[in-house]
Write a protein that binds this ligand. Structure first.
Ligand code: BTN
Length: 274
């Protein structure tokens, strides 16, 4: 099932009061575009949407590719004047909001693979890239980039992606309405961002844990060039993944320099909870 194609930027705009949107047919990366617009008036909360990116970025220096008009390619600029959020927390927040927004708008219920990949039936549906800059002491800016595969048909994922990626269209019986996906993700993000971070953070951690792949799953990961295997047991207050290591002991791994691996890069070994 497919929708008629283009995003309706008018519909998205009219769903929010006082929020600025930039809609582009093509750009290098919506994250870059958001950084370029940081000096504009009312840039806090600015949302950049594009139909195509020529240099879409993923985590850990990877690229993010999406055919023109097939995905949600979105970046949200956030000015955190009092340094209330950490980038890792915003990545969890965006993952939870993306899960909820996708479920509300399409009925598809993704799981989160630490730290912020969206999976459906073990296949990658979307990902999140949070970047930050210090504006002045005690004040940071963040760009929260969200990519969701929406209308890609099966044949479009080639090479390794054929076994590891999926799209909303492939996972749903319903026609996929990309504008509704954008609106519901932004609504879910705003609910978190509007609350006091001191209250929101414990709830956010619980929300993330209830949407993530189950703790107790065995994983293999790469951290600063070394490989570790173990059982996922928790995330700590810094959003680092805590493993019970196969060789004994517990260790927390921060997202910035850790990747969960597959056999060939997918990362999941088995679901042994012993
Ligand atoms: C990942 O899974 O590694 C994160 C992918 C993030 C992709 C999105 S698409 C919109 C935004 N602009 C980018 O260049 N990247 C993010």
């Amino acid at each position: 099932m497919t929708d008629s194609g283009e995003l309706s930027i008018e519909r998205i705009r009219s769903a929010f009061v006082g929020r600025r949107f930039a809609y582009l047919e093509s750009t290098d990366s919506t994250n870059d575009e958001a950084w370029c617009r940081i000096g504009e008036a009312r840039s806090n909360g600015l949302v950049v949407l594009a139909e195509h990116q020529s240099k879409g970025r993923g985590r850990m220096g990877r690229s993010w590719q999406s055919p023109r008009g097939a995905g949600v390619l979105m970046s949200v600029l956030l000015l955190d004047a009092y340094d209330k959020w950490r980038g890792e927390e915003l990545a969890l927040l965006a993952a939870v909001a993306a899960c909820d927004g996708v479920r509300t708008s399409t009925g598809v219920d993704p799981r989160i693979k630490w730290p912020n990949d969206l999976l459906v039936n073990g296949l990658k549906l979307g990902g999140i890239l949070v970047e930050s800059r210090i504006m002045q002491p005690g004040s940071r800016a963040y760009v929260i980039g969200i990519g969701i595969n929406c209308l890609q048909p099966r044949g479009l994922f080639v090479g390794g992606l054929a076994e590891s990626a999926t799209s909303l269209d492939l996972e749903s019986d319903r026609a996929i309405d990309r504008s509704a996906v954008v609106i519901e993700i932004l609504r879910a993000m705003d609910q978190w961002l509007a609350s006091d971070p001191r209250d929101a953070k414990p709830d956010l951690r619980d929300a993330w844990l209830s949407r993530c792949e189950p703790m107790g799953m065995r994983v293999r990961l790469r951290h600063r060039g070394s490989i570790y295997t173990g059982t996922m047991i928790d995330i700590d207050p810094r959003a680092a993944l805590v493993l019970e290591l196969d060789g004994g002991g517990r260790r927390a791994f921060e997202a910035a320099d850790t990747t969960i691996l597959d056999d060939e890069e997918t990362g999941l070994l088995d679901r042994d909870s012993s």
